[in-house]
Ligand binder design. Structure first.
Ligand code: ATP
Length: 342
C-alpha cells in the first residue's frame, strides 16, 4: 500500500455533508470524487469540490461501481445519505476502503443495542415506555426510518396516544419520555491514531414546523389545530456555556471507552451525541450518530473550538481527511479502515 496520500482519492455520495468532506479532502491535498444521483450534481460542480463526479440513475446502484472505486484507490467516507441508499447488510458487504469501523454499525442501528451502549457509558437516557398504558408524563412517539423526524408526535397520556396513533396504522414506533430543555448536538472527533478526543462544534436543528409554531400566538395555534412535526431543513450553530465542556468531554470519552468493550477497535472518527440539556443543566442523551453529522455543515471554515486547536480552518470533513493522511503516511491505514466485519 502506498504511503503517498496523493495516490488516494477521497470519495463520498453527493448529499448530506459531502461539500465539507470533499472540500476538506482537497484542502489536505487529496483527489476527490462525488457519487451523485443523476440530476443532483450541480452543487458539487458549482462549489468546485469534486475533481470527478460519477452519476447514478439510483444511489442504490452504489455497489455496482465498486470496481471503479477500487481502481481509483478511493477511500469512501460514509454519512447519513448512505443509509438511505443502502441497507446495513449491503453497506457491510461493500469491498471498498470504507472509513470507520463497520462493526460499530449494528450497535447504532438497533435501538436496543444503542441504548445498552449508551447506558454502559453511564449516560442519562430518556425513559422508554414499553406499553402505552404506562405513559405518565409527556412522551414523543418516534417512527422507525422516519427520516428527519417526519410524523413524530407528542402525547401526555394513554388516551391521547391512542387517539393520535390511529393516524399511523402499521408503522413501528418507540415511545420515549419527552425531555423539556435545550437541544444540543455535540460533534466529537476521536483519533484512533493518537487516542485523543476533540470537540469540534455544536448545533441545534431547524425543523419544520416545530421551529415555526412559536411565530403564531398560542390562541391561533389552538384554533388552527396545529400538530408539531420535526422535519429537519437545516442546522443552527451553537456556542455552549463553557462550564458545560468538562462534562461533554467526559461523556464523549465514556462513549468511546464503552465502544471498545463492545467491539475491537471501537468507535473512532467523527460522532455526535444528540442531547437535551434540562433546566438543572443535566444532559439527557436520546441518540448517537457514529459518523459525521449534517450539524457540522455550518462550519466549513472551522468553529471557535477548532480555532483553539488549529490555526487554520478545520471542518470535521477536513479533520477526517487529515486523519486519513496521517494514517497513510504512518502506514496505519488499518487503524482508520476497519472493514473486516463479522
Ligand atoms: P436522526 O435519526 O436524523 O437523528 P430522527 O428522525 O430520529 O433524527 P430525532 O433526532 O430522534 O429524530 O428527533 C427529532 C426531534 O425531536 C429533534 O428536534 C429532537 O430534538 C426532538 N427530540 C427527540 N427526542 C426527544 C426527547 N426524548 N425529548 C425531547 N425532544 C426530543
Amino acid at each position: 500500500m502506498s504511503t503517498d496520500y496523493r495516490d488516494f482519492t477521497i470519495a463520498t455520495i453527493g448529499s448530506h455533508s459531502a461539500l465539507q468532506i470533499l472540500r476538506g479532502a482537497k484542502d489536505e491535498g487529496f483527489r476527490t470524487l462525488a457519487i451523485c444521483q443523476e440530476g443532483r450534481e450541480l452543487p458539487y460542480k458549482s462549489y468546485k469540490v469534486a475533481d470527478e463526479i460519477i452519476s447514478l440513475g439510483s444511489l442504490s446502484d452504489f455497489p455496482k461501481i465498486q470496481d471503479q472505486l477500487r481502481e481509483k484507490n478511493a477511500i469512501v467516507i460514509p454519512h447519513g445519505s448512505f443509509f438511505g441508499a443502502m441497507d446495513l447488510e449491503t453497506m457491510q458487504q461493500l469491498k471498498i476502503m470504507y472509513y470507520g469501523n463497520k462493526n460499530i454499525l449494528p450497535w447504532e442501528f438497533d435501538r436496543t443495542r444503542q441504548r445498552s451502549w449508551l447506558s454502559r457509558a453511564g449516560l442519562h437516557l430518556p425513559k422508554i415506555f414499553e406499553s402505552p398504558e404506562d405513559i405518565d408524563r409527556p412522551v414523543i412517539i418516534k417512527f422507525f426510518g422516519a427520516g428527519g423526524g417526519k410524523g413524530f408526535f407528542l402525547a401526555r397520556n394513554p388516551e391521547e396516544f391512542k387517539q393520535k396513533i390511529a393516524a399511523h396504522p402499521g408503522q413501528s414506533y418507540v415511545i420515549q419520555e419527552y425531555v423539556i430543555g435545550a437541544p444540543v448536538y455535540i460533534h466529537y472527533f476521536y483519533s484512533s491514531l493518537t487516542g485523543e478526543l476533540e470537540i469540534m462544534s455544536f448545533d441545534k436543528r431547524y425543523e419544520s414546523n416545530v421551529d415555526a409554531i412559536g411565530r403564531v400566538a398560542a390562541k391561533d395555534q389552538l384554533d388552527l389545530g396545529l400538530e408539531t412535526s420535526y422535519n429537519i431543513m437545516g442546522n443552527v450553530p451553537i456556542v455552549v456555556r463553557e462550564s458545560l465542556l468538562p462534562e461533554m468531554f467526559q461523556m464523549g470519552q465514556a462513549v468511546i471507552d464503552a465502544s471498545q468493550q463492545l467491539e475491537q477497535h471501537g468507535l473512532f472518527g467523527p460522532f455526535c451525541l444528540e442531547t437535551i440539556v434540562t433546566p438543572d443543566l443535566k444532559f439527557s442523551v436520546f441518540e448517537i450518530s457514529a459518523r459525521i453529522v449534517a450539524g457540522t455543515n455550518p462550519f466549513i471554515n472551522g468553529t471557535p473550538y477548532t480555532w483553539l486547536r488549529y490555526n487554520e480552518p478545520m471542518s470535521t470533513g477536513r479533520r477526517i481527511a487529515r486523519e486519513i493522511k496521517h494514517a497513510i503516511t504512518q502506514e496505519q491505514l488499518k487503524k482508520v479502515l476497519v472493514n473486516d466485519h463479522h
